[in-house]
Design a binder for this molecule. Structure first.
Ligand SMILES: C[S@@+](CC[C@H](N)C(=O)[O-])C[C@H]1O[C@@H](n2cnc3c(N)ncnc32)[C@H](O)[C@@H]1O
Length: 257
């Protein structure tokens, strides 16, 4: 296992989350993650153009590993596309939700993330014709699953969510903008708002928050900021370096132990 950096509240591993032997204990309280979507994004270290069958098998492997590494009562917030229309239509959201359940995860609910992204509207299929029109919903999903029981009786039992946040976020349509790739320097970062809401809603202070696809470190960065412990795995060493620099800059000096 290749530890890239650590401070008091964060550990990032430069490794492959498909490797079951990465961890040999149950330690996760909450997972907030966005896996590769297999939509042809140019990542440094993984091919994002594999067949849909291979993609489903890849999804099964990491969802199963995460289940094994999770504590009883752990939650999983899975940010995935609703569907995919490039290179054939696939019901990604439905398929990954089913695979997660086959791995043992229990289904709780689905949050619709309305990114307000209308720039993708270029593929109409057949223009103004019933011949082969294409409907695209400019939203993503955050599928909420859990291990064991939904009721959370372990941990500090300290919640830090305000009344207004709770009332707003329990409405399962969330509207906030996506993050700029350019600004962050990563091909597919999510905005801090996404882990911020998930962590505050679904974990207690002091809980261990895990991201198996840490990328630029957004989940870890936010977890530390709001008094959780962040553990991440990222395959690509340059994204690990990016995450380290981002966390150092935004959260203060790292103690390189
Ligand atoms: C959608 S991005 C995650 C972005 C992250 N949420 C952020 O805000 O920066 C997916 C990440 O998974 C990484 N990745 C792909 N395959 C992986 C694997 N098998 N194990 C660990 N990381 C992997 C990619 O390098 C990429 O950084």
């Amino acid at each position: 296992m290749c530890e890239y950096f650590r401070n008091k509240n964060i550990v990032l591993y430069n490794d492959n989350c498909l490797n079951r032997k990465l961890f040999n204990q149950e330690f996760i309280d909450l997972i907030v993650t966005s896996p590769p979507y297999n939509v042809g994004i140019e990542y440094n270290s993984n091919d994002d153009t594999i067949t849909y069958g291979d993609y489903l098998e890849f999804s099964r492997q990491w969802l199963e590993n995460c289940y094994e590494w999770s504590n009883d009562q752990a939650r999983l917030c899975l940010n995935i596309p609703l569907d995919k229309n490039k290179g054939g239509s696939n019901s990604v959201g439905a398929d990954l939700t089913k695979i997660a359940q086959l791995c043992g995860w229990k289904y709780k609910s689905t949050i619709i993330w309305n990114e307000g992204n209308i720039s993708r509207r270029t593929a109409w299929g057949s223009w103004k014709s019933a011949s082969a029109p294409v409907v695209i919903a400019p939203v993503e999903l955050i599928v909420v699953l859990y291990k064991g029981s939904w009721k959370k009786t372990k941990g500090s039992l300290k919640s830090d969510i305000s009344r207004d946040e709770f009332m707003a976020w329990t409405n399962g349509v969330w509207t906030f903008n996506g993050e700029s790739k350019k600004r962050i320097g990563h091909p597919a970062p999510f905005p801090k708002e996404l882990p911020y809401r998930c962590i505050k809603m679904f974990s207690y202070e002091g809980d261990i928050v895990f991201d198996p696809f840490a990328g630029s470190g957004t989940t870890l960065l936010v977890a530390e900021k709001i008094n959780r412990v962040g553990i991440g795995v990222e395959l690509d060493s340059s994204y690990c370096e990016l995450a380290k620099n981002r966390i150092t800059k935004e959260n203060g000096q790292l103690l390189n132990l």
